[in-house]
Unconditional design. Structure first.
Length: 77
């Protein structure tokens, strides 16, 4: 291993770690905001109800909002 390789190895390790942290933060925020909710629903629907068409994304979000309005739970408002 030459000096250039030795110097870039810790940098690559650091950049890899920063990338993993960034992807983790992105996943957390998108999950928290519900961005992946429809994709999760479709995957679940395909596993549990093969052969049946899932709701459209518009229907899914409408039902989700209606459910939240009927059952506010821990919401502040």
């Amino acid at each position: 291993m030459n000096r250039a390789d030795a110097a870039t190895t810790p940098l690559r390790t650091l950049l890899g770690a920063v990338g993993r942290v960034g992807r983790g933060i992105r996943w957390y925020i998108t999950t928290l905001m519900g961005d992946s909710a429809y994709a999760t629903y479709v995957a679940h629907h395909q596993r549990q109800h093969p052969g049946e068409a899932p709701m459209t994304e518009r229907q899914f979000w409408r039902q989700r909002m209606d459910d939240q309005d009927r059952n506010p739970g821990a919401r502040c408002c």
